[in-house]
Ligand binder design. Sequence first.
Ligand code: GYE
Length: 322
Amino acid sequence: MKRIQRRTLVATLATASLAVLLPATSFAQKPIVLGFSQVGAESEWRTANTESVKASAKDAGIDLKFSDAQQKQENQIKAIRSFIAQKVDVIAFSPVVESGWEMVLREAKAAKIPVVLTDRSVNVKDDSLYVSFLGSDFVEEGRKAGRWLVEKTKGQSGTVNIVELQGTVGSAPAIDRKKGFEEIIKADPKFKIVRSQTGDFTRAKGKEVMEAFLKAEGKNINVLYAHNDDMAIGAIQAIEEAGLKPAKDITIISVDAVKGAFEAMIAGKMNVSVECSPLLGPQLMQIVKDVKAGKPVPKRIVTQEGIFPMETAAQEFPKRKY
Ligand code: GYE
């Protein structure tokens, strides 16, 4: 009994002296507050990205203030202003379009709140307006799609008529995926983009625009290049409803490599999907912690990704995480 009491006393004294030695903050450290403005919930990619951000904030013990902009820039600007007013520690956002951010980013800088770009970048002259940009190389994704098509049609001499479903107008992935793809296919005049229109990265619009393409071009279409899987999946429906066979009558190339694309490939309805990983949460939380701790962070972190033709889909599917 006595021994126990003595031990308890020693332990209590030790804790007490530690408390004197250590600064008070290390006992009640406040969590980092991160304001995150998401684009919306337009695609399977986006919902996987949102889940990744929320789950990794929780794991990292970061207090996340999450705001969904429903694909509207004005909502993102409002969210960022409200994060500034709340004096969050760090702001992160995925800009719906590339331009028009200078003013609000200057407001964040004046308030000394560091900004991290995730997934998509902005078009600003002064790159001190953000500390880091974490995301894919969308031009390279477009090139991968183009190279796959060049390989697939090797030795084929007739014209290859392509229709293109673009992502959200003015968004980095739409601009860059178009650019990278064109850069590759322009080397051979047999490739012709006969129609190109936005489907806003959604299934519904992908289907609607593909219906219009089919009406206008009839059986003239050889290839569909969709800037994301959701639009391709919508377009597949339109193709089937028009009595054509997706991936056979019309070659289907798309980007993201979400589960829905693997299902379509396994069903023999999509030829290839270029990978674009939405699982940016863990890296983002690390950047946020480093920024808060005053450590230097890389200005640009590029996501590593591959490409999945339909022949590999069944084997890869069980390994997919989004
Ligand atoms: O490809 C698309 C999404 O910005 C990379 O946005 C992202 C794109 C993704 O809606 O599905």
